[in-house]
Design a binder for this molecule. Structure first.
Ligand SMILES: Cc1cc2nc3c(=O)[nH]c(=O)nc-3n(C[C@H](O)[C@H](O)[C@H](O)COP(=O)(O)OP(=O)(O)OC[C@H]3O[C@@H](n4cnc5c(N)ncnc54)[C@H](O)[C@@H]3O)c2cc1C
Length: 250
């Protein structure tokens, strides 16, 4: 199905992007468009204004300092795969980026779009929680930082309010990470995934078993669907947490 008519803005600065978003209550940020455009074609979302973030330089770039990584929201999966800073400090991020879908999706899809979507089957939310990442959000009333544990609030719901933008993700140093998933076919949607990060103690988070990443195996109440029963997902969760922790060296 073709896109319905929609107003389009392509600002070149963060200030202009925020101003454009402020023009309509029904405006939406456009990152890689790998989900949003498909959802709009299906008429499941119909914003009246798309604010394309492609030319906003402040949202791009990766930097590393003393083991801490800062990743701009508009960083694509391909850029994560190619970054020596990412590969040198947190290689699991490069690997997981390379496991998402196909090369076309990886060239356009962004880490910011991935987390702002808050799809329970996406790869990055559990990693962000296990890594204890923090999210910088900017809006008309200024800048604030939200921890990953509070960022993901429900299916397709995050701490980013209308009129705000996620600008960057900060990942504190750690000693090791792991990620394990069972997917629908190679590089397909996750049925269950789990991430672990070792930094003295080992933290883990499980995806696909609740609305947001879950940090306790006792709390999971997974859905049943054509890809697996709740019982199967519970079984997978235990195994994948063990694998992720082993990879993290915990
Ligand atoms: C065939 C296919 C298979 C896929 N398989 C997987 C998979 O297995 N695992 C996986 O994790 N993902 C998968 N994806 C989804 C893909 O990772 C998307 O890239 C991602 O979900 C959204 O990123 P995007 O940059 O395309 O964001 P968009 O689609 O542009 O935006 C998504 C949402 O985030 C909001 N948003 C984006 N950036 C910001 C920002 N900086 N601040 C505030 N709001 C923002 C948008 O307004 C929109 O609501 C797949 C996609 C396709 C097409």
């Amino acid at each position: 199905m073709l896109l319905a008519a929609v107003e389009y803005a392509r600002p070149t600065s963060l200030a202009d992007a925020l101003a454009a978003l402020g023009r309509s209550e029904n405006a939406r940020a456009l990152a890689g468009g790998q989900t949003l455009i498909n959802v709009m074609k299906a008429r499941a979302a119909q914003p009246d204004l798309l604010v394309d973030l492609a030319d906003v330089a402040e949202l791009r770039g990766i930097s590393e300092s003393s083991g801490s990584l800062e990743i701009g929201a508009m960083t694509t999966y391909s850029q994560l795969m190619d970054s020596s800073d990412v590969f040198g400090t947190r290689p699991v991020l490069s690997r997981v980026a390379g496991e998402i879908a196909d090369v076309q999706v990886r060239n356009r899809g962004t880490i910011g779009g991935n987390v702002c979507l808050s799809d329970p089957t996406n790869h990055f939310p559990p990693l962000m929680v296990s890594m204890n990442a923090s999210f910088t959000i900017v809006g008309p009333s200024g800048e604030r930082t939200v921890n990953a544990g509070e960022f993901f609030q429900g299916v397709y719901i995050t701490a980013v309010e209308p009129g705000e933008l996620l600008t960057k993700i900060t990942i504190p140093p750690a000693q090791g990470d792991g990620f394990a998933a069972v997917t629908i076919g190679k590089d397909g949607t996750c049925i269950v995934n789990a991430a672990a990060t070792r930094n003295g103690e080992t933290r883990f988070a499980i995806g696909c078993v609740g609305a947001v990443p879950v940090t306790s195996l006792d709390d999971i109440d997974p859905p049943s669907d054509v890809h697996g029963s709740a019982e199967y997902r519970r079984h997978l969760a235990k195994i994948l947490v063990d694998r992720a922790i082993a990879e993290a060296g915990g």
